[in-house]
Design a protein around this ligand. Structure first.
Ligand SMILES: [Zn+2]
Ligand SMILES: [Zn+2]
Length: 288
């Protein structure tokens, strides 16, 4: 199996305006999944040698600006570049209306078929079957049209070699996290912007890589509670509960110029921890 490549197009949060805000690319077999699209993401995609044409699947966690303000420019660039392949956007309920209203006011309409899959607001995965739902809408005729479909939380969406499971976490606004399984061999959990959430341990069990909110160190646990984010300690406790192989501290506040203290804090609990950096790449291969 070729490696699954995880590229951090941005690693910090949450100040819009910096050039290092959340976005992660998962690549395998010529296919790509983009998780969150902060402003400037399309420029950073070019920096790592990927065109907007190569992005057909986009997963958005929530509607805070540092996760979504690059989405419309990216969708518009695909049209301007004459790309006609269908595109899937998965996100919280309301994202479809946001896109359609924005297109209306920008006098822009995608030239390709855009399927927006809104995840319904059921709050927990507990006791739910892992149902699989192929997205038939994507394979219908690809004339330019936007369709909004609804998916239950925790249903698995199949897109090429990827199985995608969306689930709710605990942030200040409705926020999703995603588990992506690649060819049944490599699993990655993307959990940006959340306080400690039990569903992460449930859905991300035995995951190879857990990318987890670590906006603060435990020196600022009161702020983490106030803004519904996690500390490095909480992220590492969750990694331990998940039985993850590796933890990546993500969405670290720009106030931490030196991330060493966060790393040391986390490694006391979960040794195989690293801090995300812009343009960092992970090459993942299955265990023998
Ligand atoms: Zn954020
Ligand atoms: Zn947020």
């Amino acid at each position: 199996m070729n490696p699954v490549i995880v590229t951090f197009l941005g690693s910090r949060g949450p100040y819009p305006g910096s050039d290092d805000m959340p976005s992660v690319l998962i690549s395998y077999g010529g296919k790509n999944i983009l998780l969150d699209v902060s402003e400037g993401t399309q420029h950073r995609l070019l920096e790592v040698g990927k065109s907007v044409a190569s992005i057909n699947t986009i997963l958005i966690t929530h509607m805070h600006g540092d996760h979504v303000l690059g989405l419309i420019p990216l969708l518009q660039s695909r049209s301007l570049a004459g790309i006609t392949t269908p595109t899937l956007v998965v996100g919280p309920a309301g994202i479809g209306t946001y896109l359609i209203k924005s297109f209306e006011h920008l006098y822009f309409y995608p030239e390709y078929k855009l399927v927006v899959n809104e995840v319904s607001n059921d709050k927990t995965c507990e006791g739910r079957e892992d149902l699989i739902e192929p997205l038939k809408e994507l394979t219908r005729d690809s004339g330019g049209a936007v369709s909004i479909v609804s998916t239950d939380c925790c249903k698995t969406i199949v897109e090429g070699p990827f199985k995608i499971r969306a689930f709710w976490v605990k942030h200040s606004i409705p926020t999703l996290a995603y588990r992506v399984d690649v060819s049944g061999a490599i699993s990655i959990c993307y959990v940006s912007d959340t306080a400690t959430s039990d569903d992460v341990a449930n859905v991300c069990s035995n995951v190879k890589v857990l990318i987890h909110d670590s906006t603060f160190g435990s020196d600022m646990s009161d702020k983490a509670r106030e803004y519904a984010h996690s500390t490095a300690t909480q992220a590492s406790e969750t990694a331990l509960k998940c039985g993850a192989e590796m933890l990546i501290l993500y969405h670290v506040s720009p106030r931490y110029k030196n991330t060493e203290t966060l790393l040391n804090e986390a490694r006391k609990i979960f040794k195989n921890t690293y801090v995300a950096e812009k343009y960092m790449k992970l090459y993942l291969i299955p265990n023998k």
